[in-house]
Structure formats: C-alpha cells, structure tokens
Ligand binder design. Structure first.
Ligand code: BEZ
Length: 210
C-alpha cells in the first residue's frame, strides 16, 4: 500500500550502522528524512551518501535527522562506509538501516517490482515532528538525487507550518512568499506587517515572514 502525504510514517525497529533503531523514538521531536538506495558498493549511491554526509550540518540546522536504507546487511554497510570515506572525503555521520528481510522497504513500498524485483528504488520520505509524511519522492536507480532540493523543501515545509504562506516555483529561503488564498486582505494586513503585493486577488506576494 503506497504511503501518501498526511499518513503517519510507519514505525519499525531495525538494525543500523548506529545500532538498533526504533524509528519513532529515534525521530523524537525532530523532522526526519528517510531515504533508500538500491545497493551498497554502487557508484551513484556512493556519491549520494557522501553528499548527505557533507550536508549533515545543514540538516542539523533544520532540526532534521537523516537515515538511509538498503536491503544489504550491516557487514556490507560497514565495509562500504570505508569506501565512502576514502572516495568522497567524508565519513558517514548518520545511520544506514540494514533491511535484509525487506520489512521496512515493504512497509514503505520502496521496492517497485517492475523496475527491479529485489532492490529498493531511490525513495525519499520527509517526516514532520508529528510523524506525518510531508513529502514523498521516487527516483530511478540511474539518477542520483539533488539533496539541496530536499533542504529547500524542508525550508518551505518549516516556514509554511508556521505562517499562512506557500512558496512559489524555485523559491529559496529568504525570497518572497505567497499568501495562501484562504487569508482575506483584512487578515493579510494584520498577519504580514511588511506588506504585500496584490498581483491578482488570488496571487499576493509578501516578503518571507521571520
Ligand atoms: C548506483 O548506485 O550506481 C546504481 C545502483 C543500482 C543500479 C544502477 C546504478
């Protein structure tokens, strides 16, 4: 069963390179990014994990924990970690789940049999502190993901959870936002003291709220 936005992220207990993970307990009050990769000792995955390790301080700044997963075992994960450090110049600094029995991949629908009957695709789930799924993404094995885009989405999710705004196409932190249509102009006057620009009644932009 596919996981949809707004669903509670399935809980699980699974081994990882940082010991046993009880997923919901491990998330605590943080945001989370759970992402799968097809297999250990593969080139694209090696670059992805190095990239996430390098960006870890950016996820930390956003109170967001990251965790990877593949259906390989812990001994492969540990051996491959050394290659990641050697080739990417950064050590793994977040847990990698070992899902040999495919229990987690099945719960999260990460194996797409018409793409590959055994390996996980490149799935991403962003999970809020309420444990609800806020974003899902699925990439094919041949395309490495853009993890800067995940940080951008987290910025948008965190902003829009606090303020009655949405973020436009290609928005980046600090740029103008859109006032959600359910807010009247009278309400907008009170909520957005920096003012707003009414381009159309349904399209009002405002500087990013603090
Ligand atoms: C890779 O990570 O390089 C990869 C994994 C599975 C299939 C194709 C590429």
């Amino acid at each position: 069963m596919a996981i949809r936005l707004g669903d509670t992220a399935p809980d699980f207990v699974a081994p990882s390179t940082s010991g046993e993970i009880k997923f919901h307990d491990w998330l605590g009050d943080s945001w989370g990014v759970l992402f799968s990769h097809p297999a250990d000792f593969t080139p694209v995955c090696t670059t992805e994990l190095g990239t996430v390790a390098r960006l870890k301080p950016e996820f930390d700044k956003r109170n967001t924990k990251v965790i990877g997963l593949s259906v390989d075992g812990l001994s492969d994960h540990n051996a491959w970690s050394k290659d990641i450090e050697e080739t990417q110049g950064v050590a793994l600094n977040f847990p990698l789940l070992a899902d040999e029995n495919r229990a987690v991949s099945t719960k999260y629908d990460m194996i797409h049999p018409n793409a590959d009957s055994t390996l996980t695709v490149r799935s991403v789930f962003i999970i809020g502190p309420d444990k609800k799924v806020k974003l899902t993404l699925t990439y094919p094995a041949s395309t490495g993901r853009n993890f800067d885009e995940l940080l951008r989405v987290i910025d948008s999710l965190q902003l829009t959870s606090e303020h009655k705004v949405a973020t436009p196409a290609n928005w980046k932190h600090g740029e103008d936002c859109i006032i959600v249509p359910s807010v009247s102009n009278e309400e907008a006057d009170a909520l957005f003291p920096k003012g707003y620009n009414e381009i159309k009644p349904y399209l009002r932009t405002t500087p990013q709220p603090a």
